[in-house]
Design a binder for this molecule. Sequence first.
Ligand SMILES: Cc1cc2nc3c(=O)[nH]c(=O)nc-3n(C[C@H](O)[C@H](O)[C@H](O)COP(=O)(O)OP(=O)(O)OC[C@H]3O[C@@H](n4cnc5c(N)ncnc54)[C@H](O)[C@@H]3O)c2cc1C
Length: 342
Amino acid sequence: MAQETSTDVIIIGAGPVGLFAVFQLGLVRLKAHVVDILDKPGGQCAELYPEKPIYDIPGIPVCTGQELTESLLAQIAPFEPVFHFGEMAASLGKTPDGRWRLTTDAGTVLTAPVLVVAAGGGSFVPKRPPSPEIEAYEGTSVFYAVRRMEEFRGRNIVIAGGGDSALDWTVTLAPLAETLTLVHRRPEFRAAPDMVGKMRALEAEGRIKFEIGQPAVLKGSDGVLEAVQIKRPDGSVLDIAADRLLPFFGLTMKLGPIADFGLNLNENLVPVDTAKFETDTDTVFAIGDINTYPGKLKLILSGFHEAALMAQAAHRYIHPDTVLRFQYMTSSSELQRLLKVA
Ligand SMILES: Cc1cc2nc3c(=O)[nH]c(=O)nc-3n(C[C@H](O)[C@H](O)[C@H](O)COP(=O)(O)OP(=O)(O)OC[C@H]3O[C@@H](n4cnc5c(N)ncnc54)[C@H](O)[C@@H]3O)c2cc1C
C-alpha cells in the first residue's frame, strides 16, 4: 500500500486562490499540501495570461499574471506549503478515523481532516477549430495561449475568435507582429466594447486586418504553417499567409475526477454557503472559480476573500477547543512571528 502523508489541509489547485488559501491557513497555524495537474503554480494566471496586465488586485495598480503568481509564492513562503505539481487529484475516500484520503494519478496519498477544492474550472482544455490537420501544427505554429510574447515578434499571425482573449491579444500583439489578421465568423464581438474599439482603431490605421470567416484548412508541412484558409459566410474561401495561428474559441472546462468526489454540483460548479465557503459536505470547502453562490463574481479578489473565511472555519474543525482571537497583522507580533518578519 502507498505511503500516506498526513497534513492539516489538502488543497486541490495551485491557482491564485489555492495559493492565497495557503497564506490564510498559515495565519491560523494550519499546514497545507497543494496538488495541481499543471507543472507550475498560478492556474489561469500563469497558464493562460502570464504576460497580461491585471488591474483589479487591491493595492496593486498593475501586475502581470506571472508577477501575481510570484508575489503570492513569496507571500506564502514562510508557511512552507508542500506542492505536488503535475499530479491530478484522482480519487477521494476516507480513512478509518474519518479523515479525507486524496489519491493522485501519480500515486501520492494525502490525508487530512479538511479538504479545500480550489480547482477553478477544472483542467482547462482549449476548444479546437474544426480543421482536421490542426494537431500536426499544435505547439509549433498553432498556440492556444501566449506564454512569451517575444515568440510572436515579426510573425505573420492569424488570431481567430471574437471574445476577450481574441481581442486582447489582437491589440497586445499588433505592435510586435509583422502582419496580424483577426478572423471572426461575424462582425459582432463578445469582447469588452473598449477592446473592440481599440481593435477597430488599429484596423482603421491599417495596422491589422479583420476578416469575417472561420479557419477551415491549414496549409504548410512538417508542423510549419504557411497559410490559413478561411471560409467566409457566403462559402467563398480566402488564403491568409501566416506562420502563427492563435485560435481563441474558449475553453472547455473539464471538471475531471472531482465530478466523482460525491460533492453536490450545479452545472459543474460547487454550491457553497457564504459564511464559510463550505460545501454540502462537512469539512470540504470550495473557493475561487469552482464555487457558486448568489452574486458570485469569478474574480481573483472574490477568491481571496473566500479563502480568508474558509481558513477560520477550517481552524474550528481542526482545533475545536481553541478560540481564534481576531488580530490585525499590523499590530500582532504573534502573526508577524508566523510570517518571520518580527
Ligand atoms: C484571459 C483572462 C483574463 C483574466 N483577467 C482577470 C483579471 O484581470 N482580474 C481577475 O480578477 N480575474 C481575471 N481572470 C479570471 C481569473 O484568472 C480567475 O478568476 C482565477 O484564475 C481563479 O482562480 P482559481 O485559483 O479559483 O482557479 P484557477 O486559476 O483556474 O486554478 C485552478 C487550478 O486547479 C488545477 N486543477 C483543476 N482540477 C484539478 C485536479 N483534479 N487535480 C489537480 N489540479 C487541478 C488547475 O490545473 C489550476 O491550476 C481572467 C481570466 C482569463 C482567462
